[in-house]
Design a protein around this ligand. Structure first.
Ligand SMILES: [Zn+2]
Length: 103
């Protein structure tokens, strides 16, 4: 069981989308097994938006101040959410990595 950053409820791992940060790389970890610092959110748009709004995601991933979640990662997560259904959850797509940009 893992806690969703958006709603703070505990869910089984397989209904949650895992983001994983390893050094300068942020990935959507569809395996759930990648090493590194992970953050979990439900496959629901309201949880994703809440996690970003509260900056819970940045804190959980220990992103340095001024480093946003890359748009491509956000887009991938949103795509997974919009493809998910309450019955099946999100579909494990290919994991995707994005190098964090310093700004
Ligand atoms: Zn949630």
């Amino acid at each position: 069981m893992r806690t969703c950053l958006g709603c703070r409820e505990r869910h089984s791992k397989w209904v949650l989308i895992r983001l994983c940060r390893t050094g300068e790389t942020l990935a959507v970890d569809s395996s759930g097994q990648a090493p590194g610092r992970g953050a979990y959110i439900c496959a629901k748009m309201e949880c994703w938006e809440a996690a970003r709004r509260k900056r819970a995601l940045q804190r959980a991933l220990r992103l340095p101040a001024g480093v946003p979640v890359p748009d491509r990662v956000a887009g991938l997560v949103e795509g997974m959410i919009s493809n998910s259904t309450p019955e099946t959850g999100w579909r494990p797509d290919q994991g995707q990595e994005e190098v964090l940009s310093r700004s």
